[in-house]
Design a protein around this ligand. Structure first.
Ligand SMILES: Cc1cc2nc3c(=O)[nH]c(=O)nc-3n(C[C@H](O)[C@H](O)[C@H](O)COP(=O)(O)OP(=O)(O)OC[C@H]3O[C@@H](n4cnc5c(N)ncnc54)[C@H](O)[C@@H]3O)c2cc1C
Length: 323
């Protein structure tokens, strides 16, 4: 059995989990194994209709009166107990913070090997060959994963979301784990939603990013103006966030948001690898930088070598003239 840990928001599966199911289904097909899902949360059972098109045959819905919110050790322990009960050969999750955290706890309990951020997994039985992203995608590692139970996560946005050849009608099985206080040391007690204005970074078709080269919080007005004109939104590098020029939600990169716009206009950003991880999904990159040798200029599709304080207003005026 291949067991996929499916993350969801109010009963709607996350896209990254659907990507992971493409990987998991390939493994299930190769191994002629049944593909099942493990889900948490009150609305978990509502995923029945959502997961049928992806070939899920059984949904294991974890319920426990002490698991109201996210609890990494509690969820990991629950997955481990379920794996032992079902005899699953593989557990797959999306390569998200939560996917990694839950599988790492499950792996520690099961004493099972884990490969994160996989871009390709092949093999069957007790041995898999994996290719996985390391160092934010700047290195691809080839490795072998061996074990009676194996844990794998799918790198975000590497697998397409694909439905199965035929839709299934999953059965929903309730599973109540046996948990102790130690499993609930860390848990979410309340959720506060951010005051998000405009288009979220992850969904924007145009992103205008500002880095240390912007020089201060007030100069982001120029970037806001350009973004507004193009129906986009503003993001920032970690250097700008650390300076306190922008809120943390604006950060693009390894420890920030992953963006996939049609165009990313990066202003005064050097292009450190940790930043590029966050914008590698952009269709096109336009760099505006005074340094023609900056890493981002080398990686961009287009570049303007110049002072952003002059280039951005000129660009905004030029676009305004033709729109
Ligand atoms: C564990 C870890 C995680 C990290 N995660 C992230 C992350 O998620 N996101 C992230 O962004 N970084 C991250 N970083 C930091 C990253 O390594 C870089 O330090 C950071 O991205 C640099 O930001 P920057 O490009 O704005 O600044 P700098 O590297 O200082 O670059 C500023 C650029 O602006 C240009 N410039 C200066 N003045 C002008 C001007 N007037 N007009 C035009 N161009 C100008 C310069 O030529 C330069 O290229 C992380 C680092 C670590 C160690």
């Amino acid at each position: 059995m291949i067991l996929g840990f499916v993350e969801h928001e109010s009963g709607v599966p996350e896209e990254t989990s659907l990507e992971m199911l493409t990987m998991a289904r390939e493994l299930a097909t190769d191994e002629e194994a049944v593909l099942c899902a493990v889900v948490f949360g009150d609305e978990g059972a509502a995923l029945k209709d959502e997961l049928g098109p992806y070939g899920i045959e059984e949904i294991h819905h974890v319920t426990h009166d002490r698991l109201e919110g996210y609890a990494p050790e509690g969820w990991g322990e629950s997955v481990a107990q379920l794996v032992s009960d079902l005899g699953a050969s593989t557990v797959a999750a999306a390569g998200t913070d939560r996917g990694h955290e839950v599988l790492a706890h499950a792996g520690a309990t099961l004493d099972a090997p884990m490969a994160t951020n996989c871009v390709d997994v092949t093999g069957a039985g007790e041995s898999y060959e994996v290719r996985r992203d390391r160092w934010g995608g700047s290195l691809v590692e080839h490795a072998r994963l061996e074990g009676e139970t194996k844990l794998v996560t799918a790198a975000e946005h590497e697998y397409p979301i694909e439905e199965a050849a035929s839709t299934t009608e999953p059965t929903v099985n309730e599973f109540t784990p046996s948990l102790e206080d130690a499993h609930l040391r860390v848990r979410v007690e309340r959720v506060e939603t951010a005051d998000e204005e405009g288009i979220p970074l992850g969904e924007a078709r145009v992103v205008v990013g500002g880095g240390r080269g912007v020089g201060g919080p007030e100069d982001y007005d120029k970037l806001e103006e350009l973004a507004d004109l193009l129906g986009g939104t503003v993001g920032a590098s970690r250097a700008a966030i650390n300076e306190g020029w922008r809120p943390h939600d604006d950060q693009i990169g390894l420890t920030g948001a992953q963006i996939s716009p049609d165009i990313y206009i990066a202003c005064g950003i050097s292009g450190a690898v940790q930043h590029m991880v966050g914008c590698k999904g952009a269709d096109k990159i336009l760099a505006i930088n005074t340094d023609s040798e900056a890493a981002i200029v080398q990686k961009a599709d287009y570049a303007v070598i110049g002072d952003l304080h002059e280039v951005v207003p000129e660009l905004t005026d030029a676009i305004r003239e033709v729109t």
